[in-house]
Design a protein around this ligand. Structure first.
Ligand code: E4P
Length: 220
């Protein structure tokens, strides 16, 4: 399973990529708008930090022609860029053409099994179902991941299931159980999922017991 960071914060990306478990980054216009007035440089820096990772960068144009042109321009920023395009009815034709052009696409803002099926038919690299935003309106978002996994496997689609809008440990647990090919996590969620109070408690107990021996150096 690939693990992406859901942020454009370069310091955080640099820090957490050293753990060896990070496979890329999913930026979005909200993340990039927090990082100052030169988003292109921010994206270039992130692409250099993780040269073998997939770095998703979202389109910000809206008309079909401008989205098509911008997608090509974004893809040229670096070889590891994946162009993020919302799953909007107006963009099907563009996505179809971009896939034929060889552009790697992450279709974002996916909310249904049917949207996922249509995008897999177009052959995009990733689809990003938004689990947390379903939960925000009191609908169980995790169930969608199981449905998409089962559909991908039944039809043998090559598109990868990227679980997005994950807001906590329970969401990540569900995404792994559902068999997501990739997950993207905000930094605070990553931190929460990496530590456990019983691990800390167990370490304290082992250390306290060990110190009773009064040994200065081990092994000698
Ligand atoms: C994913 O690509 C999105 O950037 C992100 O997961 C959205 O998460 P949110 O619903 O918490 O904003």
């Amino acid at each position: 399973m690939k693990l992406f960071l859901d942020t454009a914060d370069r310091k955080a990306i640099e820090k957490w990529s050293k753990t060896g478990i990070i496979d890329g980054v999913t930026t979005n216009p909200s993340h990039l708008s927090k990082e100052g007035s030169n988003p292109q440089q921010v994206v270039k820096d992130i692409c250099q930090m993780l040269p073998h990772g997939d770095i998703s960068v979202e389109i910000t144009e809206t008309t079909q022609k401008s989205v098509y042109e911008q997608a090509h321009a974004i893809a040229k920023i670096a070889t590891n860029v994946v162009v993020k395009i919302p799953c909007h009815v107006d963009y099907y034709e563009i996505i179809n053409q971009l896939v034929k052009d060889g552009i790697k696409i992450n279709v974002t803002l996916v909310f249904t099994l049917i949207q996922s099926t249509f995008m897999a038919k177009l052959g995009v690299k990733y689809i990003s179902p938004f689990v947390g935003r379903w939960d925000d309106i009191d609908v169980e978002g995790g169930e969608l991941l199981f449905e998409i996994r089962s559909m991908f496997d039944r039809y043998n689609y090559q598109t990868e299931l990227l679980a997005a809008s994950l807001r906590g440990v329970r969401h990540l647990h569900t995404a792994i159980l559902a068999g997501a090919d990739a997950v993207t996590l905000p930094i605070d969620v990553l931190e929460k999922t990496m530590s456990h109070p019983l691990t800390n408690q167990g370490m304290d107990k082992f250390l306290t017991d060990w110190q009773k021996l009064g040994i200065k150096q081990f092994p000698q």
